[in-house]
Design a protein around this ligand. Structure first.
Ligand code: PNS
Length: 169
């Protein structure tokens, strides 16, 4: 059974991520989308919120499983006997960091390949941080995130901004 892992912060999942997931799941018998829980990195959405949003967004894809992890990706891949890690590349600027991670992961787990998928042209500019910025200022994020989660993200970020405003007054 060929297992692929698509790791990331997914804070929150965007249409760019979903495009990579739907293309990558065709390459494996099972694709695990692994939400990274990093205690040193402040995330906007909790790990369980990010997992839940991903589950909703990928509910029509039977080969896709959503999980979270808080250790080394190379070790996580060993546990699941994964064949490869999948990463999406948006632009040349992504490449250096991604290449560094791919080499580190292969040093830690010699059997682990990293496969890079190029994003679709319309998702080149898309990032979770940009989505959050638009949502916090009340902009329409529906072109950027899966439609089933757009409203929840928008509401949550507007509420958060209101709460911050009130605490600053
Ligand atoms: O969506 P992101 O934030 O670009 O994802 C980065 C992620 C989660 C893939 C990366 O930080 C990661 O693999 N973290 C796990 C820790 C690890 O294995 N580090 C060593 C390899 S660089």
């Amino acid at each position: 059974m060929k297992i692929g892992i698509y790791p990331g912060s997914f804070d929150p999942v965007t249409k760019g991520h979903l495009d990579i997931i739907s293309r990558a799941e065709k390459l494996f018998d099972k694709l695990i989308v692994a939400v990274m829980v990093n205690p040193d990195k402040q995330s906007t959405f909790s790990a369980s919120e990010r997992v839940e949003m991903l589950r909703r967004a990928t509910s029509s894809l039977p080969n896709v499983e959503i999980d979270s992890f808080d250790g080394l990706l190379a070790e996580y891949a060993k546990i699941y006997h994964a064949t490869a890690i999948v990463k999406g590349l948006r632009a040349l600027s992504d490449f250096e960091y991604e290449f560094q991670m791919a080499l580190t992961n292969r040093k830690l787990n010699a059997d682990l390949e990293t496969i890079f998928l190029s994003t679709n042209a319309e998702n080149m500019f898309l990032s979770s941080s940009m989505v959050k910025q638009v949502a916090r200022f009340g902009g329409d994020i529906s072109p950027f995130v899966p439609s089933c989660i757009a409203k929840d993200i928008q509401q949550r970020l507007l509420q958060e901004r209101e709460a911050k405003r009130e605490s600053n007054q």
